[in-house]
Structures are given as C-alpha cells and as structure tokens.
Design a binder for this molecule. Structure first.
Ligand SMILES: Nc1ncnc2c1ncn2[C@@H]1O[C@H](COP(=O)(O)OP(=O)(O)OP(=O)(O)O)[C@@H](O)[C@H]1O
Length: 265
C-alpha cells in the first residue's frame, strides 16, 4: 500500500544497546491543539493497563505536554555516562521529554530547528528504555522538521493521525497522510478527537460540529478509522491535575485493540 514514491535519504539510527523496543508508533496531527498529546497519553495508559511495557518519547520539544499530564513536570530524568534514564510514572509508564531535563519546566526552548532535531534524535539514541512492548512518539504538530527527523531516524512500525472534526474538511489531515506515504511509513489509522459531547443531564450525544465525516474520509483515503473521542471535561481535569493514569472510560478501547492486532500480526 505505502510504496516509496520519493528518493528520501535514510538516516536510520540505532537506539541504545540496552534497549529492546518491539513496536514504535508515532502520533501525528496536521496542526496543533487537536489533542495529539492526549491521544498519545491515553494509548500509553490503555496499553499499560493491558500489561504491556510502555514508553512515551515526547518529541514536542518546544511545546512538551506529556510530563504534566502524568503529574511529572517536576520529575527529573537521570543522565549518566551510559545514557538517559527515563522517568517512570506511578503505573510504570516510562517518559522522556525535554521538560524532564530542563531545570525549570516553564523555561522556553528557544532553539533553532537543527538543535531541536538533534535533541529528539538523542532521546532516541541515548534513552535507556530497556524492554518495551510499545514506544509512542508524541510528535510536534504539523509536518515540519521534527516529524521528518523522527521518520528518517527511527524505524517506525506505524503512525496514527489525530484530527478534530473541523480539520477533516480541510487539507490538513491529507498533509499528514501524504507525509507518511512519502516516507513509506504504514498508517495505522485516524482517530477523531473532540468529536461530540454527551449532555450531562439527558446523556444525549450531541455532534456539535455536525455529523462526523471521519469514517468516510478515512475510507476515501484507504486507511482505517480507529474511533472517536468526545470532549469530556473529566479528561481535561485529569490532564490538568496530572492524573491521566486514572482515565477509565472505554472511548478508545476499540482503537487499542486494532493497534494491538495489526502490530502483533
Ligand atoms: N477530548 C477531550 N476532552 C477534554 N479535553 C481535551 C480533549 N482533548 C484535548 N483536551 C484538552 O486540550 C488540551 C490540548 O490537548 P493536547 O495537548 O493533547 O493537544 P495537542 O494536539 O497535543 O496540542 P499541540 O500539539 O498543539 O501541543 C489539553 O489540555 C487537554 O486537556
């Protein structure tokens, strides 16, 4: 399906010798603010609940949000001569993010593209994850420098595209799709976030952006539709409180099952 179309240079790098990482999945969005970090965090939480060893590499260097969702903004990764030791969360998920290295998590990273790219590369080559069943990459939004670096550096098993209902009518999802296709990376499917709300009184499902077109668009592109997440104030609260590991809804159960099935074939 994803035949290589362009002559893109290959800069594959090996990860730390101590690592044994079975599956590497990047979570991508065409633009910011659609809930890509949230989806990454939820996938990790759900896979961890299924007893898999899970890690998250936060490749969003200028806007890292993973540590905060797990309550770890003040945790620090340990740097040694052999590599960088990730932070381990309450439930055992391993995290690597620029905010786990900076002295102050609110310090801005004012670096140019190549330095940002090299930092992400170093997270891949130097972090000591040891045994992981799944490593999720939370990519920065868009289809710029860093996604390109990750696509070239890491031998990814697949990407997941996160979108919101409004994006699907634009070309933004198509850009993420085209980038993965050009880099010959399998697309595992699309997840639609902020798809609907549930009335807290009558429990009616309200499609505030109109009837979702996600399934149809996925079908037109020939990729899987992995499911949809509602806007849920409880999710926002869990993120704000750094308690995303307490998430217990079944919104993405099907998505997790599909990913598990496809990647364990
Ligand atoms: N389905 C949802 N229900 C409630 N809140 C949500 C939902 N999705 C995302 N949010 C909230 O929106 C905020 C932004 O989400 P997130 O950081 O995942 O977006 P993003 O796409 O990774 O953004 P960027 O890539 O621009 O940093 C988070 O604080 C999260 O709590």
């Amino acid at each position: 399906m994803n035949e290589k179309k362009h002559n893109i240079e290959d800069f594959r790098c090996e990860t730390n010798k101590m690592n044994n990482i079975k599956r590497k999945v990047a979570v991508l969005s065409g633009k910011g603010g659609v809930g890509k970090s949230l989806v990454t965090a939820l996938l990790a939480v759900m896979m961890n609940k299924k007893d898999y060893n899970v890690g998250i590499l936060d490749a969003d260097i200028t806007g890292p949000s993973i540590p905060k969702m797990f309550g770890g903004d003040n945790y620090k990764a340990k740097i040694s001569e052999t590599g960088i030791y990730p932070v381990v969360t309450h439930s055992g998920i391993k995290l690597m993010s620029i905010n786990l290295i900076l002295d102050q998590p609110d310090s801005p990273v004012i670096w140019r593209g190549p330095l940002i790219g090299n930092t992400v590369k170093q997270f891949w080559t130097d972090t000591i994850w040891k045994d992981l069943d799944y490593l999720f990459f939370d990519m920065p939004p868009g289809t710029g420098d860093v996604p390109l670096t990750v696509f070239q550096t890491v031998d990814l098993d697949g990407i997941i595209i996160v979108t919101s209902p409004q994006d699907l009518v634009s070309l933004i999802v198509k850009k993420a799709y085209n980038m993965a296709m050009e880099m010959n990376i399998p697309i595992l499917g699309i997840i639609e976030n902020m798809s609907y709300i549930i009335c807290p009184h009558c429990k009616e499902k309200i499609n505030i952006f109109g009837e979702s077109k996600a399934e149809k668009i996925a079908e037109d592109m020939g990729i899987r539709f992995l499911g949809r997440l509602p806007i849920d104030p409880m999710i926002a609260q869990l993120c704000d409180n750094g308690e995303i590991e307490k998430f217990s809804q079944n919104y993405i159960d099907d998505c997790v099952d599909i990913i598990e099935k496809v990647l364990n074939k």
